[in-house]
Design a protein around this ligand. Structure first.
Ligand code: CO8
Length: 260
């Protein structure tokens, strides 16, 4: 599939989705959100894709936010519609069956930070900067930033970031649990691929269902979430992968999973 604002490639079961508007620091206009929606819908159904890397084109930015030049003329109704549409796109990314690694190659601001938070884990270049600067524009985050950020880093740190609008370094983002790892810029893609390869070497059904159990369980109370986990755990015992995984362990060899 070809997209006006994205580059999508697949190699060794790893899809790389690159937001490709470097002149605007990969700002998210409506067309880009529509492309992201289409690309992730397509990737979710592909058997040749076991993990996805999401990154931005160019040296400067992952995504510097929603496209301010497009947003400046919004009516309240349009703002509501685009916020809801974008939230749906981020939910599609968050709920993709395969794991999604956000590869933060530069600025991840506003809608860019929100997009990053919809990924399963984040690897950032040491040069990256993250933040929710919306209040500097007189608006609030609209792609789930006021909701995902407190869930990820805790209420007080989220309030500090959203209310001051200050950017933080990748290192600080690591310290507060917003990103998983910080690596030198030159090593970023290799580090992301390495993490994806490690995940791909595990039981594919287990990886997908573990992701789902964590995502869905976080929205439930602990007791019901654990009951949900027990059900998903039990389903795992219907797979060829679990027979292979346990047999390989007992035979002291590497498991060869089929994803069945
Ligand atoms: N939207 C549109 N264009 C942008 C954006 C953006 N968010 N960010 C950068 N650009 C453009 C600049 O206008 C500039 O274009 P041009 O060359 O034509 O003048 C080009 O990208 C390069 O940017 P700068 O010259 O500003 O580069 P600097 O290195 O000087 O600065 C910064 C980099 C600090 C990242 C700076 O560009 C900046 O502050 N950008 C805006 C960051 C921001 O405020 N982001 C939040 C936007 S609001 C938002 O994301 C809300 C999300 C929810 C929306 C839900 C409803 C739709």
């Amino acid at each position: 599939m070809e997209y006006a604002n994205l580059l999508v490639s697949v190699s060794e079961k790893i899809a790389t989705v690159t937001i490709n508007r470097p002149k605007s620091l990969n700002a998210l206009n409506f067309a880009t959100m529509r492309d992201l929606s289409g690309a992730f819908e397509d990737l979710g159904g592909r058997e040749d894709v076991g993990a996805v890397l999401l990154t931005g084109a160019g040296e400067k930015a992952f995504v510097a936010g929603a496209d301010i030049s497009e947003m400046k003329d919004y009516t309240p109704l349009r703002a509501f519609e685009f916020s809801m549409y974008g939230q749906g796109v981020l939910e599609r990314i968050e709920r993709l069956p395969q794991p999604v690694i956000g590869v933060i190659n530069g600025f991840a601001l506003g809608g860019g930070c929100e997009l990053a938070m919809a990924c399963d884990l984040l690897i950032a270049a040491d040069t990256a900067k993250l933040g929710q600067p919306e209040v500097s524009l007189g608006i609030i985050p609209g792609y789930g930033g006021t909701q995902r950020l407190p869930r990820l880093v805790g209420r007080n740190l989220a309030k500090e970031l959203v209310l001051t609008g200050e950017m933080i370094t990748a290192q600080r983002a690591y310290e507060i649990g917003l990103v998983n790892r910080v690596v030198p810029r030159a090593e970023l893609m290799d580090a992301a691929r390495e993490t994806a390869m490690k995940i791909l070497s595990r039981g594919p059904v287990a990886v997908r269902t573990a992701k789902m159990a964590m995502n869905r369980g976080l929205d439930l109370d602990l007791s019901n979430a654990c009951a949900f986990e027990a059900n998903v755990f039990a389903v795992g015992f219907s797979t060829a992968d679990r027979i292979e995984g346990m047999t390989a362990f007992l035979e002291k060899r590497k498991a060869v999973f089929t994803g069945k």
